[in-house]
Design a protein around this ligand. Sequence first.
Ligand SMILES: [Zn+2]
Length: 436
Amino acid sequence: MSNNIKNLLDIQDENITFEEDCVTYGTHKGIAYQFIHGRLSYEPNSCLKCGAKKEGSSIYKNGSQKSRITLNMSGMRPTYLVLKKQRFFCKDCQSSFTAETPIVKKHCFISNNVKSEVAVKCSEAQSITNISRDCCVSHATVQRVINDAAKHFKPHYRALPEHLSFDEFKYAKGKMAFEYINAETGEILDTLEGRTNKMIRDHFITYYDLTHRKRVKTVTIDMNSAYVSVIKELFPNADIIIDRFHIIQLINRSMNKTRIKVMNTFNTSNNEDLKKYRRLKGYWKLILKNQSDLLSTEYRYYKLFGQRTERSIVQEMLAYDEELSTNYELYQTLLRAITRQEFNNLNMLLNEKRQAEINGYFRTSIKTLKKHLPYIMNSFKYPYNNGRIEGINNKIKVLNRVAYGYRNFQNYKKRILLHFYFKPASINQNKKLSTA
Ligand SMILES: [Zn+2]
């Protein structure tokens, strides 16, 4: 009996024993609880107060003390261990002490197992409210576990990788935070509460000396970011790269806005117009797709078109409107030059005299591309592909969900550290946490 329960509860301390009918049930504030009553006792070798060795009856058993410890959930009910701990009296120092167990820290009522479970859940994309509910501990306890665990993952300053990537993310309503990443490994190196040039400058100057900063070879940035000047100042030898993912994203947006603008002109009471409207609304992906990737021989059934090929669908939609077709041509030429990394071609395209039909969305994009041309060229020169940036962006999306409700950036930052560095599979780290 005793051993079964111990296995079930994952209690390895052999000084804890359970008797036949040790499980009772109760309710508190309408919630059903399960109590498991156990006993903790052993023969101490020495006094926990004065350290004197036990000789004969110099230390004797003297009463007991009950404490209620939160265990992991078992079944649907929150489970508590009501542990009757042996008290001892030491003749040497004339004082009492209580038996101890490694399943729980001194003066703590939440078992180490529960704490590890909370830490694992915190490293996943779960809200604090859910973790608190699932592990039967308070919000404050969850935050305490995060704080303790995050201590193990302090960012190590001084050295910098050769290839950095700067990014930003939203962490609370209207608030943006800054992060820098090792561009080769995708590892987040640190996060800052704001993204102003002053904050970034102060951070890098405080934590990294110029010798280290001079070794940085590239910094990859988002096209919309305003970091160019601060990067030149902090990393005098670094090439600035605008990732191709962001470049494509920019012209993608212009194409999409153009499609929506044209589409909305067909939102009338005329049936022919409405048909065009629905088609432009439904097949936006085909318009954004690289033209050379459109299937031209494979026939498939399309709800709004019937049996057709991708290419013929796009051709038909482009014929609806001149603004759409002219801007589409430009979009495709830009896309081709960027994906094939034809720098001279791109340069020529950006400096061409524009046709009147080229709309404001593309004019703005071209202006932005021209402004960043040297950094775009660097993106052709260095091997950083879209995949990594996309991967990081996905991670950040996860973080944004995790961060929901965080107003305190320091707490949020600890959560990020846990999220990226705490590997539940690593037994060592679990051990480290439970003995911390
Ligand atoms: Zn003593």
